[in-house]
Design a binder for this molecule. Structure first.
Ligand code: ZN
Length: 464
């Protein structure tokens, strides 16, 4: 299990430096984290009362302070006071992603102030601006640290992140800030986008040299690294907990990861819109929902266009209500992911938070460069995050012969040449030697359940 070596710096970080830093910045993350560690075992009555209070506050605020929700409520003859129990939530119309994209201004409330604004490409390849309040940020941070903690990733731990690279080079100031930030946190970052032998070997050397207490990152990158470690018999460490997300880890991947890093393997489910929505506990039996911060509904779209809740064992579209973001509310927002509903049952870990999963929406195919090295599909999300101004939607298809087609729906009449140059440089750098073309289109057709797959890799004919 975890290394028992006395880690004075880690202790100081988690107990003294972080809390002091957060308080200095006026962030109540630590107090919230303490609260969440209590409420994860609270009675269902207490949890329900807590969420209902937050929900009613959110609904009242959204109705009185945003143009979008006032109109949406009026259109169906609903008043905020009609939401008396959590069961009344389905009376509020859902927020489709396409509407969320075009209603940012109308959903932005007259108060509180927007503390953070960022763009997400989500799992559907269509960029969306997300704005949230300071309160929401604190809840997000605390929720994330709680969920990571179940997987053995505590604040102050030395973590190795298998993550992507920004598509646009950061400014010198941003770079300097990042270096200080990472040094303070002792984290190690490995660019996992291209999984060449050289790159994978570099990651193994980093693990041996840096001795991280936890590995976090994209599911498929961790799985590729694990397979490399196993095939080359490079494991030279005890169990290192693995916290993964952003993509699906299939059962055979999980076995590979366990063989390489031990069986402390934990799934997390989050997105840029809301951060951590669910995480796996030590019972490894589904994802506990972050109920103090969100309401997750799994909805089945019916023939007449209405929705019903998915039954246990049934898959539904993930709809999220963000309880603490009053600045630009998301109520019943359809994320584009699919997840399986679970009947409520107490978890072996003793936590009372309901569970759901697995999440099916995050299927990203892994591409190949000209030498056959695996290349992360999420790479293109990173690229298009930086191109939200120019592109509304994208899809990447790698044909059986390796050729790449990049379909782009521009925001304006055409794709600016600067944007095209950026794409060409980016693809040339990460998918070395792969011939590709950019196809500017008006729309991209949706596949099952309104879901757009952003990276499609066509199966290759057996070449060897
Ligand atoms: Zn549990």
């Amino acid at each position: 299990m975890r290394s028992v070596t006395f880690d004075a710096y880690g202790l100081a970080l988690s107990r003294v430096l972080y809390p002091a830093w957060e308080r200095l910045r006026g962030r109540p993350t630590f107090d919230l984290l303490a609260t969440l560690r209590r409420t994860e075992r609270a009675s269902l009555d207490e949890l329900t009362a807590m969420r209902l209070g937050f929900l009613r506050r959110l609904v009242r605020h959204a109705y009185h302070h945003t143009e979008h929700y006032r109109r949406a409520f009026d259109a169906v003859g609903l008043e905020p006071e009609d939401i008396r129990t959590l069961d009344d939530l389905p009376r509020i119309p859902v927020l489709e992603r396409a509407v969320a994209q075009t209603s940012v201004e109308q959903r932005t409330a007259s108060w509180p102030a927007v503390a953070v604004s960022k763009t997400t490409s989500g799992s559907t390849g269509q960029p969306l601006e997300v704005r949230f309040s300071a309160e929401s940020r604190h809840w997000r941070d605390a929720t994330r640290w709680r969920g990571f903690g179940w997987g053995g990733y505590q604040m102050g731990d030395k973590a190795m992140h298998l993550w992507g690279v920004p598509a646009v080079a950061p400014t010198r100031f941003q770079r300097a800030k990042l270096v200080v930030d990472r040094k303070l946190r002792r984290d190690v970052y490995a660019n996992c986008m291209v999984r060449s032998r050289e790159n994978l070997l570099g990651m193994v050397q980093t693990i041996v040299r840096e001795r991280p207490q936890v590995i976090a990152g994209y599911a498929q990158a961790i799985a590729d690294l694990a397979r490399f470690v196993n095939a080359e018999k490079l494991r030279a460490w005890d169990t290192i907990p693995v916290v993964y997300g952003a993509e699906r880890l299939w059962p055979h991947d999980r076995a590979d990861v366990a063989a390489a890093f031990g069986d402390a393997v934990f799934e997390t489910y989050g997105c840029r819109e809301f951060m951590l929505m669910g995480s796996e506990c030590e019972a490894h039996d589904g994802l506990h929902e972050s109920v103090e911060n969100l309401v997750i509904e799994l909805l089945v779209r019916q023939a007449d266009g209405t929705f019903r809740l998915a039954r246990p064992g049934e898959q539904g579209e993930v709809a999220v209500t963000d309880l603490h973001n009053l600045a630009c509310p998301f109520v019943r927002y359809l994320t584009g992911d699919l997840a399986t509903a679970q009947a409520y049952a107490p978890c072996a870990c003793g936590r009372t938070l309901p569970r759901f999963g697995p999440v099916e929406g995050r299927v990203t195919d892994t591409m190949r460069d000209a030498d056959g090295n695996p290349v992360e599909g999420i790479l293109f999300n990173i690229l298009f995050l930086n191109m939200a101004k120019h592109a509304r939607q994208f899809q990447v298809v790698q044909r059986a012969d390796g050729r790449l087609t990049l379909k782009v729906v521009p925001t304006g009449a055409e794709l600016p040449s600067a944007a095209e140059t950026l794409i060409r440089e980016f693809v040339g750098k990460h998918l070395r030697g792969v011939p590709f073309e950019i196809e500017v289109v008006r729309e991209i057709s949706l596949s099952g359940a309104g879901k757009l797959r952003r990276v499609i890799v066509e199966p290759r004919a057996k070449a060897n």
